[in-house]
Write a protein that binds this ligand. Structure first.
Ligand code: BGC
Ligand code: BGC
Ligand code: CA
Length: 299
């Protein structure tokens, strides 16, 4: 048995930390703070953080093959030049829905940038329902819309053989799967692979490990859970000292560490006293399973 260790490596006080992504080339963790409108890069060697401010809520960040990053900012897919902090718009979605923003996004194994939208919240998980959609940005900057009627578009990832797309619409309280056609980027045949249990609360960000099992961050549940998408069974629960765990990714040497983001927004003064690391970046070691490298946007 390996022994699991959980450590807050950065007390960033994120209002809503999200989208952890490991950048192997710089030994760094990228992440965003959505309502604070900032992107961060934490250097795991120097422990220093660089921050870039943008002009709208930034909900996800991903690597780009051309260098720099891509990010979902407001309802725009953008490219970000980290050196001069300039942002350029690649495409805009939900133009008629002025109260919407993007939420989680991730690049597929063919270099398409998937991300979904949601209505802005009046409080965490309180929002006008059915306003979101799921999209992907192809390498040629064309946008494909998959479906609408989404409440809170959230975690996403692909199976190791690239034949299944896993997806979370948070207010369905389930983790779903679709058949995936990597050649065309089409999805089909939606089904539920896991229904959240009551104390697991709201399913949020998600990532796959090198054994094909899914890790889901449980918003308000203070934990990440490991699921077997083939049997629909939960294999493991890892509790964290913060309730509003939002997302997870693997990183570090050989992708053997897990990084978890979390939020402060929606906590009262007493909760913040009890959980002073809320909004920080957590590192979990000793899980005994590795992750896989993130894909880079191909456009
Ligand atoms: C963070 C704060 C942090 C500060 C340090 C801000 O962007 O939100 O939590 O203490 O940077 O410079
Ligand atoms: C969203 C938050 C939301 C949370 C729980 C996150 O992905 O960015 O705004 O409160 O999910 O649904
Ligand atoms: Ca999320």
């Amino acid at each position: 048995m390996s022994s699991i260790k959980i450590e807050c490596v950065l007390r960033e006080n994120c209002r809503c930390g999200e989208s952890p992504v490991w950048e192997e080339a710089s030994d760094s963790l990228l992440f965003v703070d959505i309502p604070a409108k900032k992107l961060c890069r934490w250097d795991s060697l120097s422990k220093r953080v660089q921050r870039v401010a943008v002009d709208a809520p930034v909900s996800s960040v991903a690597l780009r093959q051309l260098g720099g990053y891509v990010a979902t900012i407001g309802t725009k897919f953008c490219a970000l030049n980290w050196e001069n902090q300039s942002v350029s718009v690649l495409a805009t979605v939900d133009k008629e829905k002025t109260n919407n923003r993007f939420n989680d996004g991730k690049v597929d194994p063919a270099g398409r940038y998937f991300a979904g939208t949601m209505a802005e919240e009046t409080a965490p998980a309180v929002l006008e329902r059915h306003q979101g959609s799921l999209y992907s940005l192809f390498p040629d900057h064309n946008v494909k819309k998959y479906f609408d009627q989404v409440d809170v578009s959230n975690g996403l990832d692909w199976s190791l053989d690239h034949k299944i797309f896993y997806y979370i619409d948070s207010l369905s309280y389930s983790v779903d799967a679709f058949d995936y056609d990597l050649q065309t980027g089409q999805i089909s045949n939606r089904r539920i692979v896991y229904k959240m249990e009551k104390d697991e609360q709201i399913p949020d960000g998600m990532c796959i490990d090198a054994e094909g099992k899914l890790w889901v961050a449980c918003y308000n549940g203070g934990r990440v859970i490991r699921l077997d998408p083939e049997t629909g069974k939960r294999l493991q629960t890892v509790k964290l000292p913060v309730d509003k765990t939002t997302s997870c990714c693997f990183g570090g040497k050989d992708y053997s560490e897990m990084y978890v983001t979390c939020a402060r927004d929606g906590m009262d003064a007493e909760g913040l006293l009890r959980q002073p690391d809320a909004g920080g970046i957590f590192k979990i070691t000793g899980l005994g399973v590795k992750g896989i490298a993130p894909y880079s946007y191909a456009g």
